[in-house]
Design a protein around this ligand. Structure first.
Ligand code: ATP
Ligand code: MG
Length: 263
């Protein structure tokens, strides 16, 4: 039985809070004392920056991991917040192009992460804003996909289409992939549209919509410029409380899932 649960944080839409969710979820899970690995699979390298690591000074990144040009031990970095990081930067674009012609190109990340399952309780993968080969690698490697979304006009249509596409793609690549949940981000309680779209999402996706709502909170936007998660930067802020809550909810759901599997 594998120990780690691997969660890909994905949405092909840009700017919905994938990286904010990846970094803060990793930090909040590590805050419980669990062993956590954060994987930056986005050439933008924002999760790397947010984890307090300089993305320009890296000798090896997730790029070399995918291309099998470096070992995990040569790539992994330690964040000051007690989790490990497989950093990413612009080199990932080159990795993607070079992988195009390789056989088994969608399974490279899975092959690299599976042997690490014994070492970690949680592996969180930050994906780029596309359903590119990099994201396919994340979804093929993952046990579940966590989908951050803003409650804006057409969010329901966008999510339905994307989850349909993921399901179709994963029939071949990873049939057991679960939906960890849809997490509402940058939520403004005073905004009627946010509330209306949120109600639509709950009506349509039911239990797949996580209870925790991430509010729009300027502290969440500030934290990365200090190379910190919200947990280190301001854990008592509304954003900090929300991400600690999200981690708690995901831990609880995992425990409950295990119970039903064994009963
Ligand atoms: P991309 O698709 O480019 O990778 P993303 O989905 O990873 O983007 P983020 O980078 O996490 O999105 O967030 C986009 C912007 O919104 C960032 O500037 C981030 O700091 C800000 N942001 C994210 N979540 C919140 C929030 N809850 N409150 C306020 N600002 C937020
Ligand atoms: Mg991002």
């Amino acid at each position: 039985m594998s120990k780690a649960r691997i969660i890909a944080v994905a949405n092909q839409k840009g700017g919905v809070g994938k990286t904010t969710t990846s970094v803060n979820l990793a930090a909040a899970l590590a805050d419980t004392g669990a062993k956590v690995l954060l994987v930056d699979l986005d050439p933008q390298g924002n999760a790397t920056t947010g984890a307090g690591i300089d993305k320009r000074a890296l000798e090896a990144t997730t790029c070399e991991l995918l291309l099998r040009e470096a070992e995990f031990a040569q790539i992994v970095q330690r964040s000051p917040e007690n989790y490990d990081l497989l950093p990413g930067n612009g080199d990932l674009t080159a990795a993607e192009i070079r992988l195009m012609d390789e056989s088994g190109r969608e399974q490279r990340l899975k092959q690299a992460l599976d042997p690490l399952r014994e070492r970690y309780a949680w592996i969180v993968i930050d994906c780029p804003p596309s359903l590119s080969l990099l994201t396919l690698n994340a979804l093929a490697a993952a046990d579940s996909v966590l989908v951050p979304t803003q409650c804006e006009f057409l969010a329901l249509e966008g999510l339905t289409a994307m989850l349909g596409t993921i399901e179709a793609l994963m029939k071949r690549l990873n049939p057991s992939l679960q939906v960890e949940g849809i997490v509402r981000t940058m939520y403004d309680l005073r905004n009627n549209l946010d509330n209306a779209v949120s109600a639509d999402l709950q009506a349509h996706f039911g239990e797949r919509v996580l209870r925790t709502v991430i509010p729009r909170n300027v502290r969440l936007a500030e934290a990365p410029s200090h190379g910190q998660s919200i947990i280190a930067y301001d854990r008592a802020s509304r954003g900090g409380i929300a991400y600690l809550g999200l981690a708690g909810e995901i831990v609880r759901r995992r425990r409950e899932r295990k119970k039903t599997e064994t009963s």
